[in-house]
Design a binder for this molecule. Structure first.
Ligand code: SAM
Length: 283
């Protein structure tokens, strides 16, 4: 018999039958506005935990445990798990699925959490709520204690994270990911691996943050955000829009041998840094 046919109680936590049973018994309906798409595929769960570096003694932060399925997989590998959940309706189900573990559950909004207080060497492993993926990734990047983030994101977000300058998907997210470290596409995940199935394919992405590099200056982050703000516009136009003088921009572009009509998304990060120096944004 397939996992689906097994009696709910003995089936693994992640089987579709068990996830449905947990939802029904606890009177829960997945909430779309909270990005609740629960994983029901054991292979995917194992692949995320494995790629994320869940191992004995490793501090792991998960965002959004949901029913606790991925949490349990990470915990079973010996990691020290802290998990942040906003939806208080999940209290009873998490007491049931994680009650026999030492997983620390913090109730609250992941956007209000103080990532600066995490233990050094923390690895984030999460099936992220998609509506705040970009915001959360930028919080992880800025937290020196976090060394990697292995996350399930919409495939299109994964493509943007990994994109290089001059390619279609390149933008601010690609630029900051490259500034802080490196990006690896682990695998795609079909819609059927979730309950309910999301509208689009997902990808597991691992970001490694190079904490030996000096953190990018906040002024430089603002500068590249503005430089890449309007796709398909020239770099010159985007910089004009944040108040830089046209002549100064032209002189800087000429000095750096960059075409005056270059589009922002075609400029290499090193050249953007040189532009920022020439325009007096950073030293
Ligand atoms: N980890 C579970 C899994 O893989 O089956 C659930 C993942 S589901 C895509 C996203 C989870 O994040 C849900 O449990 C949802 O309630 C939670 N969540 C949504 N917004 C949140 C927020 N702002 N802060 C913390 N958790 C949030």
């Amino acid at each position: 018999a397939s996992q689906d046919d097994a009696p709910a109680t003995s089936a693994p936590l992640y089987s579709p039958a068990r996830v449905r049973e947990l939802l029904t018994r606890h009177g829960l309906k997945p909430t779309k506005s909270l990005g609740q798409n629960f994983l029901i595929d054991g292979n995917i769960l194992r692949a995320i935990a494995e790629a994320g570096g869940a191992a004995p003694g490793v501090p792991v932060l998960e965002i959004g445990p949901g029913l606790g399925v991925l949490t349990r997989e990470i915990h079973s590998r010996g990691a020290q798990v802290t998990t942040l959940e906003k939806d208080e309706r999940l209290r009873a189900v998490l007491a049931e699925t994680l009650g026999d573990t030492d997983v620390q559950i913090i109730w609250g909004d992941a956007l209000d959490f103080d990532y600066a207080g995490l233990p050094a060497g923390t690895r984030v492993i999460a099936n992220l709520p998609y509506y705040i993926t970009g915001l959360l990734l930028s919080r992880f990047m800025r937290a020196p204690a976090i060394v990697s983030a292995t996350v399930l994101v919409q495939k299109e977000v994964g493509q943007r994270l990994a994109a290089k300058p001059g390619t279609d998907n390149y933008g601010f997210l690609s630029a900051i990911a490259a500034l802080y470290g490196s990006v690896r596409h682990v695998r795609d995940v079909p819609k059927g691996a979730f309950l309910p199935a999301p509208d689009v394919t997902s990808s597991v992405i691992r970001l490694d943050f190079d904490r030996d590099r000096p953190a990018p200056e906040p002024e430089f982050l603002k500068f590249i955000e503005a430089a890449l703000h309007h796709r398909r516009k020239t770099l010159r136009n985007n910089l004009r829009m944040i108040g830089h003088d046209g002549e100064a921009i032209d002189a800087a572009l000429a000095d750096l041998n960059i075409r005056a009509d270059v589009r922002a998304e075609d400029v290499a990060l090193g050249d953007l840094r040189d532009m920022a120096v020439k325009l007096g944004v950073i030293r």
